[in-house]
Design a protein around this ligand. Structure first.
Ligand code: ZN
Length: 149
């Protein structure tokens, strides 16, 4: 097994230090909370929708570097995507963090998370904000998402 330090690639460190879209949105259409009590990650994801398209996405909260960097990368990728496109990106991301297989197409900064599969407890950290965001997109009544469910 790799050392945990190897997991923290430059992309992850950068997004953790300077998270993108790290702001509470005023009057969002959807809000979802992602909670991972095992690690102590807790985030709120804010979305604005135009029809089926995500026009704005931001997040707030605190947690480990993996969870924060993943949420930051997510917000930069999901803006402008339809619900279906967002779900496809997440499926590729989930596949990668559970198997370590990197899809050479369209993963961009997400490929930095490929090493997560070697640390099963960290998979929840990496996917937490994605669960919250996709739930919020799919469900007008979206509220709290917990990895403990
Ligand atoms: Zn975590």
């Amino acid at each position: 097994m790799q050392d945990l330090a190897d997991l923290y690639q430059a992309v992850i460190l950068d997004h953790n230090r300077r998270p993108r879209n790290f702001v509470a949105m005023e009057s969002p259409d959807r809000v979802a909370v992602g909670d991972n009590p095992v690690c102590g990650d807790h985030y709120t994801v804010f979305l604005r929708l135009e029809g089926d398209r995500i026009s704005e996405v931001s997040f707030q909260g605190a947690g480990c570097a993996i969870s924060k960097a993943s949420a930051s990368v997510m917000t930069s990728l999901l803006k402008g995507k339809t619900a279906e496109e967002a779900r496809k990106i997440y499926e590729k991301f989930h596949q990668m963090v559970t198997t370590g297989e990197v899809d050479p197409e369209n993963l961009s900064d997400l490929s930095a998370f490929a090493g997560v599969y070697q640390f099963p407890a960290r998979i929840k950290c990496a996917t937490l904000s994605w669960h919250a965001a996709l739930n919020a997109v799919a469900d007008p009544e979206a509220g709290k998402v917990s990895t403990e469910e």
